[in-house]
Design a protein around this ligand. Structure first.
Ligand code: ADP
Length: 264
């Protein structure tokens, strides 16, 4: 049975297509989130890659901020549950998930069975989210994917003292005007995101092992800064940004099986 998980975020749309709840047939990440054609594009991409029609899909589950607007799904499930499910599938040893997306950051505590037992979220402030990195990359005229390499070139990270994105923007501009290196500023920006979210993680209590998910986890500079902040190794999968969609596709498999059984 083919099942589909679609994670419609504030800034990106992600799809995962599974066969029998195990084999990853295709995945997609489209940099356009809810309220755009991003979800349709992400869907078309996976169906095209796997050469499968929508009517061959046994069950589709939508998750993420824009999940309620996606009418092709059989059901919708919260992104917290889907992230927990996706991460537990890849890393069953994880007890703390740090998920940083385009407009929010969440820390989830999981038990041994992979169930979420607690969570904390920052969705009030852009600092400590992907939005902060997007704004800073714009000022430094860097592609978001190049932040990691640039940060690694730094002799040391320049501390960004402003906690607000708007003030941090002016701070970075004046640092540039004073001749501070782009690499040092980039490292400082990655560190600033890590410091903010590590504080959120400490409030919930960090239990090992710790994993980072969401788009920002793709940045090794933020991951390394987080490791320093928390004093622990961070587990990371190349599919970090797909964890919500993966969890949704796994839930879709459970639902699909139940549906089949009830039709017998
Ligand atoms: P959402 O579900 O809220 O749309 P995602 O978890 O998909 O968010 O993450 C999107 C964010 O990830 C964007 O803000 C984007 O800038 C950031 N991002 C993507 N790739 C990278 C990267 N290589 N380095 C840093 N941030 C990245």
């Amino acid at each position: 049975m083919y099942t589909l998980g679609i994670d419609i975020g504030s800034t990106t749309s992600k799809c995962v297509l599974l066969e029998n709840g195990e084999k990853l047939l295709a995945s997609s990440v489209v940099a356009a989130g809810t309220g755009t054609n991003g979800p349709e594009e992400a869907l078309a991409e996976v169906l095209g890659a796997a050469r499968i029609d929508m009517d061959e899909i046994g069950c589709t589950i939508a998750t993420g901020y824009g999940r309620k607007l996606f009418l092709k799904a059989d059901e919708e499930i919260s992104e917290l549950s889907c992230h927990a499910r996706g991460v537990h599938h890849i890393f069953p040893e994880v007890r703390t998930i740090i998920d940083i997306g385009g407009q929010d950051a969440k820390v989830l505590a999981l038990n041994e069975a992979g169930r979420m037992t607690n969570f904390l979220m920052n969705d009030k402030c852009a600092a400590g989210t992907g939005r902060f990195l997007d704004v800073m990359a714009g000022i430094l005229r860097l592609d978001i994917n190049d932040l990691e390499v640039k940060a690694a070139e730094a002799a040391e990270a320049v501390r960004i003292s402003s906690t607000c994105t708007v003030f941090a923007e002016s701070e970075v501009i004046s640092q540039l005007a004073n001749g501070t290196g782009v690499a040092e500023l980039t490292a400082g920006i990655c560190q600033s995101v890590a410091v903010r979210t590590a504080a959120l993680a400490r409030r919930i209590g960090v239990r090992e092992r710790v994993c980072m998910s969401g788009g920002v986890a793709r940045n090794g500079g933020v991951r390394r800064a987080m490791e320093q902040e928390l004093g622990t190794n961070i587990l990371y999968s190349e599919q970090a940004q797909l964890m919500g969609a993966l969890g949704a596709a796994l839930y879709a498999y459970d639902r699909g099986l139940k549906l089949k059984a009830s039709q017998k």
